[in-house]
Design a protein around this ligand. Structure first.
Ligand SMILES: [Zn+2]
Ligand SMILES: [Zn+2]
Length: 175
């Protein structure tokens, strides 16, 4: 099942950065407990990214947007991640992640989105090997849990789990 693209509006907390994007993966289902997500975007222990079409990303206040690229420890070698974590330089809000290896995709942080998002039918908990010890994994009994990053994409999961869109539930927004 493929959802019709959903128009998402987002912003940082101070309002200097506003953005919009068309999303075919708008269900905020995947909780990532890695240390990068926890420290940069998820003080409760995890962050949630959505999937959207980078070609439709429109940004106001781009001069306030800064990019953070994490340094990863790969087999003892320090390596700068290609992933570009965009955030507001004034208020620090995590906005979206973009990776040049998948240039057509962009991953907005669910918390930066102002449009009401659909409630996911389940959650998937990933990178649990990196979870902080004090974080309790909360969710539903049937939720999937993964020690590392699973090998399915956000789009794969949406095809398998997204509820069929009822035409009346998903009107084309006024813009
Ligand atoms: Zn801001
Ligand atoms: Zn993460």
């Amino acid at each position: 099942m493929m959802l019709a693209p959903m128009h998402l509006e987002g912003s940082c907390h101070c309002g200097r950065v506003r953005f919009s994007v068309e999303s075919t993966e708008p269900l905020p289902f995947m909780r990532c407990y890695c240390s990068i997500c926890r420290k940069t975007a998820g003080t409760g222990g995890y962050a949630i990214n959505l999937g959207a079409d980078h070609r439709t990303l429109q940004v106001k206040g781009r001069r306030y947007v800064r990019v953070y690229r994490a340094t990863l420890d790969t087999d003892g070698q320090a390596e700068v991640s290609p992933g570009q974590r965009h955030f507001c330089s004034h208020c620090g809000t995590a906005l979206w992640m973009w990776d040049p290896r998948w240039p057509d995709l962009v991953h907005p942080h669910a918390g930066a989105i102002d449009t009401p998002l659909p409630e996911p039918p389940a959650n998937v908990h990933v990178m649990l090997d990196s979870k902080a010890p004090w974080v309790r994994v909360e969710g539903r009994p049937g939720d999937e849990r993964h020690a590392a990053f699973p090998d399915f994409s956000l789009a794969d999961w949406h095809r398998a789990h997204a509820p069929a869109p009822a035409a009346a539930d998903r009107p084309e927004g006024p813009g």
